[in-house]
Design a protein around this ligand. Sequence first.
Ligand SMILES: Cc1cc2nc3c(=O)[nH]c(=O)nc-3n(C[C@H](O)[C@H](O)[C@H](O)COP(=O)(O)O)c2cc1C
Length: 316
Amino acid sequence: MSAVTLSIDVGPLRLRNPILLASGTCGYGLEMEPWVPLDAIGGIVTKSLSPRPRPGGPPPRIAELPTGMLNAIGLENIGLNAFLEQKLPALRARGATVIVSIFAETEDEFAAMVERLDGVEGVAAIELNISCPNVKAGGMEFGTSPTMTERLLRLLRPRTRLPLIAKLTPNDTNVFDVGAAALQGGADILSLVNTFLGMAIDVRRERPLLANVVGGYSGPGIKPIALRMVYEMVRRTGAPVIGIGGIQTVEDVLEFLFVGARAVQLGTVNFRDPTAAGRIVQELAQFLAERGLPSVEAWVGRVARVVSGTPVHWGS
Ligand SMILES: Cc1cc2nc3c(=O)[nH]c(=O)nc-3n(C[C@H](O)[C@H](O)[C@H](O)COP(=O)(O)O)c2cc1C
């Protein structure tokens, strides 16, 4: 074992290491057990949970593309109560760090879910999915309006002591205003990005690849765009940021941390290689040890050393 310290504080959230599995790409965590040691990665973010179970959208709802994938799952999930009763105890027993992603159609429903989660043993933080492109109500409606985002956070903040993570959509030019509004309302951490709206056509069959016609685009093709947004968000807000978008390798992880993300989430890569997260944790320790760095913290935000005039505040 190397002596490198991989643990890191992301605002009030202390993680074993900065490698998390992204919402919707690792089920409820237990599905990954054959491939990922759940107590060795930084944590898992659950599939977004709603107040009641949801059936999701019609198939085909995923499509593989040369540099990523499209999905229109439509937030199919078992509902918050079923997760807490049927999945959380096993995750707790395995020592997994669990971030619960939630999604609701109204402010009151969001508030009730946050209250329900407060104080539940084994829940490390709540990620608010205010950025899903695949649903008619809620989702991106909240996350594209700074005013609605701030109001939602102000409503939720007093209802829990758990860290609140606002997950942002890249499908709007005002992502930085929405991020600032979430922080203003009381979010502890920002995570970005959710998927980019996209589409693809099967020209031989003369129809869209997805039954929903449009969907969320993710995977390696979005990485440079996501990286730029994370860089800008850290630069502009100084907030603790979790970087997401197209990460496949330890080098990708290092890029996001370099521009100031304090942790990352791996999404689409889990479908191609579900062992990636566990391997990347080890490779990260190896990389830092080879460079003589004592900790992940020492790597975070190093962009400020080479890009002059970047007003970055690395504190959590
Ligand atoms: C099949 C699929 C389902 C997803 N479901 C959710 C979800 O329920 N909630 C959420 O916040 N993000 C969801 N996402 C978005 C991912 O968490 C992540 O933000 C996005 O895919 C970008 O990361 P990546 O390029 O590493 O996949 C989903 C992504 C995929 C591919």
